[in-house]
Design a protein around this ligand. Structure first.
Ligand SMILES: [Zn+2]
Length: 498
């Protein structure tokens, strides 16, 4: 393939056989355009996510350029849009570049079962999520009164969760997902219209030799809540959890409410004592306990009690809460294993969104097995063994690419990785290790240098051969790559042939 200087404003052609994967560079965020050849020698375009982190400088402008390129590349016809999860760095493009997407036709939309409004568990998870979001907003309100810088940090995390989903300023009620649901010609109406891990592999209309397995998000909430390891489980309704107690306190949830809602339930469970040890306030005096509490817990009028005051310190738990929400949303990622079935063995492209460990474990490990065991699900093992393109999870963070049961199982000598990331911005502005050094080094070793990064797209010239790559292998790799030569560093594209 030749790097045509004009490619950034022209059609993206599919390969004769296989698939081309264009990784965009919106700054910091995920946006992938895949072109499959159809039976009648046209293209089937699949867009997986389109977002930029809302704090990335000039992110809106960058994602608009990306969207304009998508419009040109697809001749304004996308066959399938896949949304992995609702974070601004994955879906904000549909808001920031709304006027461009307005002009593009979208045939079909894949959303995970967690977005199905008729799914009971999905609704419960959303209710719990909503309650936590309100708790953080309330904490920000209180911290604002005391001019805390911490409030600003919290706002950053909160906006990451909700800004992208809450619509743009012109049309605030129309979120990215609402927009896509309306836009898609094939409507999501029944539970079967949402993607679920238990459904049989899917094919793409008019495309030969492609089979797509849905691996996540897991159908059990325990897995969704498993964000790092079992010891990090965030149970929904336990009294001992600091975060849960915080939600109850800041929202002033009432454990004595006669209503049988999730809020009342969570408030009841946050009480420090079991029911048999609880005494109603009005009974204190009757039972003669008033003096005891007065002596030990109350303050006499006129006495300095400032030492008892915790002011805003307790509000700092809000950050822990915000991060737990963040991890949770990552774990709802829709995970796709795209198999090219014309080759033997089949080649696999693995798109994991930002899935964290619970999502991975739900499909790589049989549920009955212990986390410590080395066994993994045979079908997952088989898929991992054949991965030739790994879309690195969560921008290469430490908690989204398992080692023993994940990356180490990817044994194909053809393995290539793509990382949508901006390491410098992540490190300097956000204090994140994206990509995590150990994961990055191991990816480089496993792929023998064939790692494509959205923050390392050549301006012109060529992609430098890393020392880990052999001359021959590198030349063959370069043959499969083409990138935006407009000087904008807008995308880099790799073709998996079969
Ligand atoms: Zn992300």
């Amino acid at each position: 393939m030749i790097n045509d200087p004009n490619t950034s404003s022209s059609t993206m052609l599919p390969p004769k056989s296989g698939v081309s994967v264009r990784m965009y560079n919106p700054g910091f965020g995920d946006c992938f355009l895949l072109a499959f050849p159809t039976k009648d020698e046209k293209a089937f375009y699949t867009l997986i996510d389109c977002g930029v982190h809302h704090q990335f400088p000039k992110g809106k402008e960058k994602i608009r350029k990306v969207a304009a390129d998508i419009a040109a590349a697809t001749n304004k016809q996308i066959d399938l849009v896949v949304v992995t999860h609702e974070h601004s760095d994955h879906i904000s493009g549909f808001n920031y570049a709304r006027e461009i997407f307005n002009d593009i036709s979208i045939e079909n939309l894949w959303l995970a079962w967690t977005e199905d409004p008729t799914n009971e568990l999905a609704n419960k998870l959303k209710e719990s999520y909503g309650m936590r979001i309100r708790a953080i907003s309330t904490a920000i309100g209180r911290l604002n009164l005391s001019n805390s810088q911490f409030a600003e940090r919290l706002k950053g995390i909160l906006n990451f969760e909700i800004q992208a989903t809450n619509g743009n300023s012109q049309n605030p009620s129309n979120s990215s997902l609402d927009f896509l649901r309306t836009k898609s010609k094939i409507k999501l109406e029944k539970p079967e219209d949402y993607r679920r891990p238990e459904e049989p592999p899917l094919s793409l209309p008019n495309v030969d030799g492609v089979k797509i397995s849905i691996l996540g998000p897991p159908k059990k909430k325990e897995w969704i809540k498993l964000v790092e390891s079992k010891s990090e489980l965030y149970p929904e309704l336990t009294a001992t959890n600091e975060v849960t107690a915080f939600v109850v306190a800041i929202l002033g949830l009432d454990p004595t409410s006669p209503l049988n809602t999730m809020e009342t339930e969570i408030a009841k469970r946050s009480l420090p004592f079991d029911k048999i040890h609880q005494i109603k306030r009005e009974e204190l005096e009757k039972r003669g306990y008033e003096q005891f509490f007065h002596d030990h817990y109350y303050t006499d009028e006129g006495k300095d009690a400032s030492w008892r005051c915790i002011e805003n310190d307790w509000l700092f738990t809000a950050e822990q809460l915000a991060l737990s929400i963040n991890n949770y949303t990552n774990n709802t990622s829709l995970v796709l294993a795209i198999e090219l079935t014309k080759t033997e063995p089949n080649k696999v492209l693995l798109f994991v969104g930002d899935a964290q460990i619970g999502n991975w474990l739900s499909w790589i490990q049989l549920e009955s097995m212990l986390e410590e065991s080395d066994d993994i699900d045979p079908s997952a093992q088989d898929l991992l063994r054949r991965v030739v393109l790994y879309k690195t999870g969560h921008h290469g963070s430490h908690n989204a690419t398992p080692s023993r049961k994940g990356l180490e199982r990817m044994e194909s000598p053809d393995l290539v990785a793509m990382i949508p990331v901006n390491e410098q911005w992540a490190k300097e502005k956000m204090h994140w290790q994206h990509p995590a050094e150990k994961i990055y080094n191991r990816l480089m070793e496993k792929t023998r240098g064939r790692v494509l990064r959205s923050d390392m797209i050549p301006i012109n010239g060529s992609l430098l051969k890393p020392s880990l790559a052999s001359e021959g292998e590198w030349a063959a790799f370069i043959d499969q790559i083409v990138w935006d030569n407009s000087g904008e560093q807008l995308w880099i594209q790799f073709t998996v042939s079969d």
